[in-house]
Design a protein around this ligand. Structure first.
Ligand SMILES: C[S@@+](CC[C@H](N)C(=O)[O-])C[C@H]1O[C@@H](n2cnc3c(N)ncnc32)[C@H](O)[C@@H]1O
Length: 285
């Protein structure tokens, strides 16, 4: 079993980018009454205590959500994301950070369904406990699977309602994850070509990470958006996460405009040196 635990990284710059995009997609899906499925192939534990020993150990959230939380006049896409985090921190002090399943649970309506995969047994247990203790509506609309999300997706698409958001967010601790993302997406584009797929990837000094967006572009068809945020120059030791990207296939048409406004703001808010920058590429029919 891998050693990755998201609690060490919760609320970092990569979570901020990914979760702003996810929140925008969820809110867009909410505009139509028809129910949708949120399928999270790599769910994590759901909730993270930023004052707990894991988050404190590396303190990645300090240059991530903590800066966004304090920032003045965030753009609307950031406000929507902060509104969901405020539900967990009603006194205004940032303590609990929501992972992707929780953002989805907060955003979705009673008719929507959550299908959450988490293969690490401890993380899956914590996710179930969090859902049992803190969430309303859970039994009816949420299912947690302790299985491999890549393999599990095919059992959930196309969903009965033919509306779904799929989040693919592995830790990439295993370099096979890059290949599995591409294989999973190739299969998904045959089974359910109209689904909305959000694929996160790290900016690290590894060939597979650099090639992934081009591979996704090839299989994405003609409706996609690729947003990336670099917060500082790559480390001289070749280690560490200097940024990340998210590739969305069949995004809401509103996402490009939202990211044009949000990404420069994120560079100003989260950038830590002169190499902080963003990129936004897209294709739409
Ligand atoms: C980056 S974290 C997920 C964070 C979460 N999506 C969020 O945004 O809050 C990746 C998670 O995927 C789990 N994982 C890794 N490989 C997996 C697989 N093949 N299937 C399901 N879960 C997996 C890890 O245990 C880890 O908790």
């Amino acid at each position: 079993m891998f050693s990755y635990r998201h609690g060490f990284h919760a609320g970092n710059h990569a979570d901020v980018l990914k979760h702003i995009v996810l929140t925008h997609i969820l809110q867009y899906f909410n505009q139509k009454d028809a129910p949708y499925y949120f399928v999270d192939l790599h769910a994590g534990a759901g909730l993270y205590d930023l004052e707990g020993q894991w988050a404190q150990k590396i303190g990645e959230y300090i240059d991530g959500i903590a800066r966004v939380w304090e920032a003045k006049s965030p753009p609307p896409a950031v406000m929507q994301y902060l509104d969901l985090i405020r539900e967990l921190n009603p006194d205004g002090l940032l303590r609990i950070y929501p992972g992707s399943p929780w953002l989805a649970l907060e955003a979705c309506r009673s008719q929507d369904k959550l299908r959450l995969f988490e293969m690490h047994p401890n993380e899956a247990d914590i996710l179930r406990q969090n859902l049992d203790q803190r969430a309303h509506r859970v039994p009816r609309q949420t299912a947690v699977f302790g299985d491999d999300g890549f393999a599990g997706l095919k059992g959930h698409i196309p969903p009965p309602t033919r509306r779904a958001i799929v989040l693919i967010d592995p830790s990439y601790e295993d370099k096979n994850d890059y290949r599995r993302v591409v294989e999973t997406m190739k299969d998904a584009m045959v089974r359910f070509p109209t689904g909305c797929y959000a694929i996160w990837y790290p900016q690290i000094q590894r060939r597979e990470a650099q090639e992934l967006p081009r591979q996704l572009e090839k299989l994405a068809g003609q409706n996609w958006i690729h947003a990336s945020l670099t917060v500082h120059k790559p480390g001289s030791d070749g280690l560490g996460l200097h940024g990340s990207g998210i590739f969305v296939i069949n995004p809401p048409w509103t996402l490009t405009a939202a990211m044009k406004e949000t990404l420069p703001w994120l560079v100003r808010t989260l950038g830590t040196d002169e190499r902080a920058s963003y990129k936004l590429d897209f294709m739409s029919v």
